[in-house]
Design a protein around this ligand. Structure first.
Ligand code: ASP
Length: 343
């Protein structure tokens, strides 16, 4: 029987941190120190290799350059492994996982992000189970094909589609939710894969990558009583290409003429405006209420049930890849990597 193989990419995060007794802050360890804490890894009998960032990062310091670095490591090693496990801080893991789902097109192997809330050296750590199960799922195959050929986040017994996740808890082991999409697998005594929810890759299409991100975007979270100067300052950002409007309920915003006029003007000036909901569950339905019909008529695009993390990384990726605004809008309206449900 062929030996399964998994590449572990260690980027940093709490999972590999220790307490610096001088400063009282958590600081990163290197991967060898981490693996000492999980000797059971070898019992799988898999070929496990590791690539470790020279300077492990807190995920608050991770952005487009590092997304591209992680994706490039996956690509360079794509043919040599059955799957990939990425150890990453939890704070921005949902962003990085979303970004990778847009970078790695036609993926046919698992890329599983995991980390932990407590460092691996702490007795009650959640890190050991998270690493061990992620490796098992990254190597899992059926009829010679990967069971979960997607970019995923594994945390506290659940495997989620990465671009559907949000970090919702800074304290509990169960730190992530995927409010608008079911888990791809649930882990108890057995690993139960939710096969209907898993994306089936297009067998004929080779792995492709979108390796450019353009960060000329902004997120505007609406709140009652917004000041006109605040809106003007956001819409007046020089070079702004895309605006994510975090609206109320199913996509609503104040119907005040001054507000709608500014949004309309921004769109007329070529800014693409995407409407996503502040609610963690549910979808934008433009036109359901008068307060969203005006946005729709102004040319705002529906973000459906997309998360902020997926919307941000998808927009940056589309602006990095395409020049034509109509092309960008058409991609915003469809699911590129399972990130939205449009029907
Ligand atoms: N600050 C850490 C990080 O995101 C938190 C964690 O890993 O849980 O890198």
């Amino acid at each position: 029987m062929e030996q399964r193989s998994v590449l572990i990419i260690y980027t940093g995060g709490t999972i590999g941190m220790v307490l610096n007794s001088d400063t009282g802050s958590l600081q990163p360890l290197n991967f060898d120190q981490i693996s000492e804490h999980v000797p059971d890894l070898m019992k799988f009998g898999f070929r496990l290799d590791t690539i470790s960032f020279e300077d492990p990062l807190d995920s608050s310091d991770i952005g487009p350059d590092i997304w591209i670095k992680i994706a490039s490591i996956v690509m360079d090693n794509y043919d040599n492994y059955d799957g990939f496990v990425i150890l990453h801080g939890t704070d921005t893991m949902a962003y990085t996982a979303s970004a990778l789902s847009f970078i790695l097109r036609n993926l046919s192997k698992p890329v599983i992000f995991t980390g932990s809330q407590l460092p691996i050296g702490v007795l009650r750590t959640d890190g050991k189970e998270n690493i061990i199960t992620s490796i098992e799922m990254a190597a899992a195959k059926e009829d010679g094909k990967a069971i979960v050929p997607e970019v995923c986040v594994y945390f506290e017994n659940k495997l989620f589609r990465g671009n559907r996740t949000t970090k919702i808890n800074a304290e509990n082991f169960s730190a992530f939710q995927s409010a608008n999409y079911p888990p791809l697998a649930e882990v108890g005594i057995n690993i139960k894969y939710n096969r209907e929810a898993i994306l089936i890759p297009n067998k004929k299409a080779p792995l492709q990558t979108f390796l450019n991100f353009d960060n000329h975007i902004a997120i505007l979270k609406l709140f009652p009583g917004m000041n006109k100067a605040f809106i003007d300052s956001i819409l007046g950002i020089s070079g702004l290409k895309g605006l994510i409007l975090e609206t109320f309920g199913p996509g609503n915003a104040p119907a005040d003429e001054w507000f709608v006029k500014r949004i309309r003007k921004a769109i007329d000036n070529g800014i693409i405006v995407l409407d996503i909901t502040q609610c963690s569950t549910g979808s934008v339905i433009l036109g359901r209420y008068e307060t969203s019909r005006k946005l729709y008529e102004a040319g705002v695009i529906s973000g459906y049930d997309i998360t902020t993390e997926a919307a941000t990384t998808k927009m940056m990726c589309l602006f990095g890849k395409y020049q034509n605004p109509e092309e960008i809008k058409s991609y915003l309206n469809i699911s590129m990597a399972g990130e939205i449900t449009t029907n």
